[in-house]
Write a protein that binds this ligand. Structure first.
Ligand SMILES: Cc1cc2nc3c(=O)[nH]c(=O)nc-3n(C[C@H](O)[C@H](O)[C@H](O)COP(=O)(O)OP(=O)(O)OC[C@H]3O[C@@H](n4cnc5c(N)ncnc54)[C@H](O)[C@@H]3O)c2cc1C
Length: 413
């Protein structure tokens, strides 16, 4: 509640147990801490809460805009949800283009899909610009029929995507078998996706921003946000104060009480990684996912493992989630075996995490209503990393005072 006219204040963000188990990317540990502690008062143009992929990409983008930047994380940099990600980089939104069109109108749905496609291209370019070593590899994707879209609906979805110029096309059983060994009646085949090691990517991004002058501080728990007319003041558990013209809440699935986004929920998801088996992998090594609920998806890694996941549960309670890890691990392995009978599906790594989804499949990114200078990134969805890139572009414009053509699509209600 505002404590005076023109001001909006909030206390802490929620606290969650974001993940359990060892994601394959952390098999050699968390890596060195990137931030340092903080005391006293700090003044910057842009303060970013959150040391995950959203915070890192926003930091990179606002540095490009010539702003001074400081970032903070209560756990440490790259210690939240990001290293639990299976990191399929896709432009494909959870809501098929045809279904999103029915919900928000065809033209707006096309814009959302196009923005997503452009974001993957921009992320690819940024990784190349910065020379980040993060096992980035371009991969096509195969989207298989399921209980969300049957074969006919999948064919129609492919036609609609082609109609707006996206790099998707319908392939039949024979082509799918040749490219993937999968025995399904058809699929949408899309170009423009990729796979990456999310922990390496985001550590590399933070190191690069620090080398260009960003201040990284952790562990720093932001416990108070006071958005006034002349800027935003942040209070911390360690007693330090931060003042900034712009503050970006990139706190992942731990939301500030200021945000009450309708239709955005936190659920639970599960993932496994097999041992390396480069010779047993499918020929194209494409990303694989299903138009189904519950769904399974799979990708490969640079050392020839298979990473697979899905089996989402609609609750966010971490104890209940963690109790399911053995059963979910077995289920994902069994589904993978049914899909790809020639591979070893035994899990060498298994983990579970909080996961955000939205009713429309779209993220919420932009100014926090009623709080001048405050912005939020809710990249909820299966392609959350792509959404973090969209957020970076939008917030770069916002701090420069420029409008974004898609602000209406992603506005926080
Ligand atoms: C198992 C799994 C699989 C996934 N697979 C994919 C995929 O294949 N492709 C894809 O694109 N996306 C995927 N996602 C989603 C993607 O990983 C997320 O969208 C993304 O990692 C979120 O990044 P973030 O930076 O917003 O959040 P985080 O990485 O969680 O970072 C937010 C940080 O904010 C910090 N924080 C919170 N509150 C405060 C505070 N008050 N003060 C200071 N710090 C604070 C937290 O400590 C945390 O480190 C997956 C997610 C999971 C869990």
């Amino acid at each position: 509640m505002p404590d005076r006219p023109g001001a909006a204040t909030a206390k802490e963000t929620t606290r969650r147990d974001l993940r359990t188990g060892v994601p394959v990317w952390l098999r050699r540990g968390n890596g060195a801490e990137l931030g340092r502690t903080l005391d006293g008062t700090l003044t910057v143009d842009v303060a970013i809460l959150g040391g995950g992929v959203s915070g890192a990409l926003v930091a990179d983008a606002v540095l490009q805009a010539g702003k001074t930047v400081a970032a903070f994380d209560r756990r440490g940099f790259v210690r939240g949800s990001t290293p639990a990600s299976t990191a399929l980089l896709q432009f494909e939104i959870d809501q098929p283009l045809t279904k999103l069109g029915q919900r928000i109108g065809k033209a707006r749905a096309a814009r959302a899909w196009w923005r997503s496609a452009a974001a993957v291209d921009q992320l690819r370019g940024r990784i190349a610009d910065l020379g980040l070593r993060c096992a980035f590899k371009e991969r096509p994707s195969a989207y298989l029929p399921g209980n969300m879209l049957d074969l006919g609906a999948l064919r129609h979805e492919a036609e609609e995507r082609e109609r707006i110029g996206l790099r998707s096309t319908f392939i039949d059983r024979d082509a799918l078998r040749r490219l993937t060994t999968l025995d399904r009646p058809g699929a949408i085949w899309s170009r423009g996706g990729a796979e990456v090691d999310p922990a390496q990517l985001v550590r590399g991004l933070w190191r690069s921003t620090a080398a260009r002058g960003a201040l990284l501080h952790a562990p720093v728990d932001i416990t108070a946000i006071d958005a006034g007319r002349r800027g935003v003041t942040l209070g911390t558990a360690c007693g330090a104060t931060i003042r900034a013209k712009h503050v970006v809440l990139a706190t992942g699935y731990e939301l500030s009480a200021m945000l009450r986004p309708r239709g955005y929920t936190v659920i639970s998801t599960f993932a496994i990684a097999t041992k390396p088996q480069p010779r047993a992998l499918w020929p194209s090594r494409c990303l694989i996912w299903e138009a189904a609920d519950p769904y399974i998806y799979a990708r490969t890694t640079s050392d020839g493992r298979i990473v697979a996941g899905g089996e989402d549960e609609a609750f966010s309670d971490s104890d209940a989630r963690d109790a399911l890890i053995p059963a979910k691990t077995a289920r994902i392995a069994a589904k993978l075996r049914a899909l790809l009978p020639g591979v070893d599906t035994e899990a060498e790594f298994a983990w579970a995490g909080a996961f955000g989804q939205s009713a429309s499949g779209l993220p919420a990114i932009g100014p926090v209503p009623g709080a001048k200078g405050l912005y939020a990134v809710l990249g909820f969805g299966g392609n959350g990393i792509t959404y973090s890139m969209i957020a970076a572009q939008m917030l770069q414009r916002a701090v420069l005072g420029l409008p974004d053509p898609d602000a209406d699509l992603f506005a926080l209600a």
